[in-house]
Design a protein around this ligand. Structure first.
Ligand code: PEP
Length: 265
């Protein structure tokens, strides 16, 4: 059964105090919401995952370790197990502090740090080896969409980045479709554009791994998703949730998105 997930990528934002305030406010809102749900209705609460900067991961674990429904992940990991890589963080370290997820292949890592699918495949391998859930990001640039190449670009990113995995490994992944032209720009993919690409991704999984695997993998949409447009995006059958950047930095906005996911569940 694929999960409904709302994930918040805080990127390189917030002081420690601000991060603690945001997490605390989020917790209060979720608690209050759970209390007001009629019995049983709480079951369709989406899974919430927050991705703070590395240095705040342990602090967020302190807050959410024994809290049902909110997981903590890292925004990246290194592609080697350990060694002389000054400034880097290994997947095993992320796991050792209790985090459960890691974002791999975010477009900012691909474009600003030159990470290609071959390197990302190494990261995915180490994340899985260390029992982390990789949130593998894919998505096209605007000129690629304008040239009608967006389906092929995403297919290639999946093929080289993750389609070499065994079936049982692939089923441990979450995929995030994030059109690069929509990230941080205020330009969201329309619900139809999102559904079309998510259905394409699911078909690619089905063609390589079969129906059951395709049905079991959560595919999130990311790119200027906010409280206003989330409902229409999440109403699509192949959009299982969202990877949220800017709108995850305010508890109120992020919580509204969580509620939209729940309502469309
Ligand atoms: C992201 O960076 O993953 C993202 C989706 O950002 P934003 O929501 O700000 O577009």
């Amino acid at each position: 059964m694929r999960k409904k997930i709302v994930a918040g990528n805080w990127k390189m934002n917030l002081s420690l105090e601000e991060a603690k305030t945001l997490a605390g406010e989020l917790k209060v809102k979720i608690d209050h919401h759970k209390d007001t749900l009629i019995e049983g209705a709480g079951n369709n609460m989406p899974e919430v995952v927050i991705f703070p900067p590395y240095v705040y991961v342990t602090r967020m674990m302190d807050l959410f370790m024994y809290y049902d429904g909110v997981s903590v992940g890292a925004q990246n990991c290194h592609h080697e197990e350990n060694g002389a890589f000054t400034g880097e963080v290994a997947a095993s370290m992320i796991r050792s502090v209790g985090a459960s997820h890691v974002i791999i292949g975010h477009s900012e890592r691909r474009s600003q740090f030159g990470e290609d699918d071959k390197l990302l495949a190494e990261k995915v391998k180490l994340a899985l080896k260390n029992n982390l859930t990789p949130v593998y990001c894919c998505g096209e640039q605007l000129p690629e969409r304008e040239a009608g190449k967006h389906f092929q670009v995403v297919a290639d990113q999946l093929l080289h980045g993750v389609f070499w995995l065994e079936k049982d490994q692939l089923e441990r992944l979450v995929i995030a479709y994030e059109p690069v032209w929509a990230i941080g720009t205020g330009k969201t993919a329309s619900p139809d554009q999102a559904q079309e690409m998510h259905a394409h991704i699911r078909k690619l999984i089905r063609d390589s791994y079969g129906e059951q695997t395709a049905e079991n993998i959560s595919i999130l949409y990311g790119g200027s998703c906010n409280a206003k447009n989330a409902g229409a995006l999440f109403a699509n059958p192949d959009v299982d949730g969202g990877l949220i950047g800017g709108a995850s930095l305010k508890a109120e906005d992020f919580f509204e998105i969580i509620k939209r996911r729940q309502e469309n569940g």
